[in-house]
Design a protein around this ligand. Sequence first.
Ligand code: B12
Length: 221
Amino acid sequence: MTTGSDDPVLAGIAEQVEKGNAPRTKALVEEALAGGCEAWDVLNGGIMPALRILGDGLKDGAVSLAEVMISVGAVKAGLSVLEPLLVRSTATGRDAVVVIGTVLGDVHSLGKDLVVTLLKASGFRVVDLGADVSPSRFVESVTKHQAQIVAMSGLLTSSRLTMRDTIAALKNAGLRQQLGVVVGGGAVDRQTAQEMGADAYGEDAAGASDLILRLVRNRSG
Ligand code: B12
C-alpha cells in the first residue's frame, strides 16, 4: 500500500505504521526530525495518512481490528517523540479547567490524547476522563472540578447521540449555562455540533486551545 507522500522518510513512517513496527516508526520519526522536518509535518504527512488507509481497510474488511491495534502501538511510539515538540510550538499559558473525554461506547482515544497534550501545554488545567465516558461521569467531574469547559471526542457515528445525551445530562444538572461545550473527532462536523447544541466544533488538536480560549473569554466577558 502507498500513502502518496513525496518525502521518502515520511512515506517510510506511513509504511511502518501500517505494518505496526513500533521501533522502526520511532527511528524514522527521529530521522525525519533530524533531517529538518517539522513535528506537525511528520504527524500530518507520515502518521495520519497511514491511519486513513488503515481506517479504509477496517471499513472494507481488508484490515482486521487486531492489525489496527498493532499499528496503534507504532503510532504511540511515534507520538512519544513528537509530542514534546508539538507542545513547544503551542505553549502560551491559560488556566481554565477543561474536562475532556471520549464519549460512552467509543474507545477511540488517540485524537483526544493529542488534544489533552496540547491543552496542558497551553496552560489549561485538564481533567482527562479517558475513553468510554458516560454522561453521568462528565456531570460528576464538572461539578467536582468546577470546570468552565467540557470537551468531548467521538469517532463513531453513534457517538453523536451520546454527545447529545451528555449535553442533556449537563442541562438537567443545571450546569449547561455556565459551561462551554466543544466537540471534535471524526463523528462530528460544524453542522452536527450545532445541531446537538454544542458551542463549538474543533477540527484538530492544533486549533483546540485557541478555540477553547475564545469560548472561555466569551463566557466570562
Ligand atoms: C485507530 C482506530 C481504532 C483503534 C482505536 C485505538 C485507540 N486507542 O484510539 C481500535 C482498533 C480500538 C478501533 C476500534 C473500532 N473502530 Co476504529 N478506527 C481507528 C482509525 C484507523 C484511526 C483513528 C485515529 O486514531 N486517528 C488519529 C487521530 C489522531 O485522529 P482523530 O481521532 O481524528 O483526532 C483528530 C481530530 O479529529 C481532532 N479531535 C479528536 N477528538 C477531538 C476532541 C476535541 C474536543 C477537539 C477540539 C478535537 C478533536 O484532533 C485530533 C488530532 O488533530 C479510524 C479511521 C480514521 N481514519 O479515523 C477507525 C474508525 C474511527 N473506526 C471505526 C470503527 C467502525 C471501529 C469499530 C466499531 C470496529 C469494529 N468492527 O469493532 C471499533 C469501535 C470500538 C469502540 N467501541 O469504540 C470507523 C468509524 C465509522 C463510523 N463513522 O462510525 C473508522 C472511521 C474506520 C472506518 N473507516 O470504518 N479503531
